[in-house]
Design a protein around this ligand. Structure first.
Ligand code: PLP
Length: 396
């Protein structure tokens, strides 16, 4: 009954989701307050008040047939124009509504752009550690995900290895900044170097390479860190944005793609992506949420709350002898496992009711991901458990 392509997906059912289920089981035994689940990237800061206000106002003020109706597959023009204007204000770009395609979150945006550009056998390169769903998304269109090994010194991508991996079958490169799971923001220098590698290889091989910048964490940056705007570096860039984290709306499924005019064949790419949105079955991004974005385009979640979590966890773990780099963005800490097999470390942590995700789920064994998008009090209470884990491994 089940398609052959589905079987491996069922066998490799997400380790993150499994850990989350495990957390629920442990909570039933030990009490939720004694289980420290850091497995899932579900925002812990509520959506800004103006989002809920906008929902109420829209229902009252706008025509019901309009707000619940079908629209252009690319989304409402006025919403796309509002987003383009906001980007232009912030990043000194000159996008119009035609450059913006509303999507059902970043997951859908990635699928739309991959469906738009991939032929069977095409290769898509990404850098470990990476969001594991990229593999499934690329395989949806019979492409092949090629992974550049991690640069564990600072988790900026290894560009010499990128260059080695590019060949005549390379169609796209996916980057994710601020990064899940490392929290690293790609620097200006990194982006300049990625652009020059891609331009060089495009010329040398006579091919076009799309740089897909997956940016659901764009707004979550700390200590004044700047997240460079990628379309200004490289002509064939598509930005994939989502409000899942930046407005704490992951269940509402709303985001957008930016397809700049500078992109080769940009008009055809925009047209093809709009059709991809339709034929993938999304048809259009959720209508009510698009109307909300129109009213809340520059709204922000309380990033300071994640920053407090980040500092508490990072400082505590460093004090207990764990090794990790301080994340500049997103809401994850990527910690070196004190033993080579990080799955063993995850099992040990579980004995202390601490749930973290093995780095092998992100193609980076030897590390674990701690999602600190949880209540501050959970982190405070978990520190004693982390201390015991550190003692178990003789780190202190
Ligand atoms: N890309 C990355 C790097 C993510 O971490 C996530 C979600 O966690 C997504 C894409 C998917 O986000 P969305 O909820 O917008 O589909």
């Amino acid at each position: 009954m089940i398609s052959k392509k589905m079987i491996p997906l069922m066998q490799n059912n997400s380790a993150i989701r499994m850990m989350f289920e495990e957390g629920k089981k442990l909570a039933a035994i030990h009490g939720a307050e004694n289980v420290f689940d850091f497995s899932l990237g579900n925002p812990s800061v509520p959506a800004p008040a103006e989002v809920n206000q906008a929902i109420a106002d829209i229902i009252k003020e706008e025509d019901s047939l309009f707000i619940h109706g079908y629209m252009s597959n690319a989304g409402y023009e006025d919403v796309r124009e509002t987003i383009a204007d906001s980007l232009n204000r912030r990043f000194h770009t000159s996008f119009g509504e035609a450059n913006i395609l509303m999507t059902v979150g970043a997951a859908s945006g990635l699928n739309v752009i991959l469906k738009t550009v991939l032929d069977p056998g095409d290769q898509v390169i990404t850098f470990a550690p990476y969001f594991v769903e990229y593999g499934s998304y690329v395989r949806n269109y019979d492409g092949e995900l090629v992974v550049v090994p991690p640069n564990t010194a600072d988790f900026q991508p290894d560009l010499r290895k990128l260059e080695e991996k590019i060949n005549g079958r390379t169609k796209a490169v996916i980057i994710n900044t601020p990064n899940n799971p490392t929290g690293v923001i790609y620097s200006d220098e990194t982006l300049k170097n990625i652009a020059s590698v891609l331009e060089k290889k495009e010329k040398e091989l006579g091919i076009s390479i799309v740089l897909i910048s997956d940016e659901p964490y764009r707004e979550l940056a700390y200590d004044g860190a700047v997240v460079p705007w990628v379309t200004t570096y490289y002509h064939n860039t598509v930005v994939c944005y989502s409000y899942s984290k930046s407005l704490s709306l992951p269940g509402e499924r709303i985001g957008y793609l930016v397809i700049p005019d500078e992109m080769e064949d940009s008009k055809s790419v925009i047209q093809a992506a709009t059709i991809a949105n339709r034929v993938l079955g999304c048809v259009n991004a959720p209508s009510l949420m698009q109307r909300v974005i129109k009213r809340c385009v520059d709204a922000e979640v309380d990033v300071a709350a994640y920053d407090r979590n980040r500092n508490l966890l990072y400082n505590g773990l460093k004090e207990y002898g764990f090794e990790c780099i301080k994340p500049e963005g997103a809401f994850y800490l990527f910690v070196k496992s004190p033993v080579e097999d990080e799955k063993e470390f995850c099992e040990t942590a579980k004995q202390f009711n601490v749930l973290v995700v093995p780095g092998s789920s992100f193609a980076c064994p030897g590390y674990v991901r701690i999602a600190y998008c949880v209540a501050y009090e959970r982190i405070e209470r978990s520190m004693a458990a982390f201390k015991k884990i550190a003692e178990h491994y003789h780190l202190i």
